[in-house]
Design a protein around this ligand. Structure first.
Ligand code: ATP
Length: 260
């Protein structure tokens, strides 16, 4: 597994060509290994941007390149070897076991109907261990809690050995211990990661760069301390945001209040 650069060049999207864009022309570039957090209010366009990145929506304008390749010039199977996504909607294959689901991540690497080889099995076991799922491998997906299922989907994405990992709210459903583990995992992976996050303090802690969306427009892109200022956050979320210093750790922390 190795990371690749990601370039988004003038990408816009609308459900139909004659409709107002839901995502206005957007450009940014990530180096291999960067962690990007996409933040913005409900309906700002975060999921739409993610859907473009994992090649679910075709851009109305512009292009997206992983390394040097335009993702729409690649075969779907080749894209699946480069980009994996963990979405909010979880699969409904409730009768499959956790190991079955994680093994599905190997599909793009197999030729035709070839059965899984030793290497595939090793990668699946590593992904299960990394997500603390060893004890769940034989359980049917339908018997797991929401948080356990979330971890299964991340394990499947890792088994896919992508270069770019797209995550939609990866800490949703997770208890605080598993949230911290997810953040540590994101930091430890040698992948280019794009993740939508609602928790701005978590985003500031885990991401190298932040992309702020407002009404389908990118209104900020850069290091967390620059993009997540009191003013930009207050405008983007229609709140009064305050940056405070925590007395013990001396870390900066944003707090939010309803404007008067
Ligand atoms: N296929 C579609 N057809 C019409 N409108 C759409 C479509 N997809 C998204 N939208 C609209 O585009 C806007 C952006 O949606 P999107 O799901 O990207 O927002 P989001 O930032 O992910 O929001 P949330 O935080 O609530 O998940 C919303 O107003 C949504 O209703």
């Amino acid at each position: 597994m190795s990371a690749a650069s990601l370039a988004v060049e003038d990408v816009s999207w609308a459900p139909r060509r004659d409709r107002t864009p839901i995502l206005h022309p957007t450009s940014f570039a990530l180096n291999a290994g960067d962690v990007l957090g996409i933040v913005g209010a409900n309906g700002a366009g975060k999921s739409t941007l993610l859907r473009l990145l994992y090649r679910y929506h075709k851009p109305l304008t512009g292009r997206i390149r992983v390394g040097v390749d335009d993702i729409w010039a690649l075969a779907p199977r080749a894209v699946a070897r480069r980009i994996a996504a963990v979405l909010q909607e979880q699969p409904t294959d409730f009768a499959l076991t956790v190991r079955d689901i994680v093994s599905l991540g190997r599909t793009p690497h197999r030729g035709g109907w070839a059965v899984s080889g030793k290497r595939d099995q090793t990668i699946v076991e590593e992904a299960l261990t990394r997500l603390d799922l060893g004890g769940f491998a034989h359980r049917q997906l339908g018997t797991l809690s929401g948080g356990e299922r979330q971890r299964v989907m991340v394990a499947r994405a890792l088994a896919q050995e992508p270069q770019v990992l797209v995550l939609d709210e990866p800490t949703n459903h997770l208890d605080i211990r598993h949230q911290l583990e997810m953040v540590a995992l994101i930091r430890s992976l040698d992948l280019t990661i794009v993740t939508a996050l609602h928790d701005l303090n978590m985003a500031a802690g885990v991401c190298d760069k932040i992309l702020l969306l407002r009404h389908g427009q990118m209104t900020g892109f850069g290091p967390p301390a620059t993009v997540l200022s009191e003013t930009t956050v207050s405008t983007a979320f229609n709140v009064a945001a305050r940056r405070e210093r925590l007395s013990l750790s001396q870390d900066d922390h944003l707090t939010f209040h309803l404007p008067h």
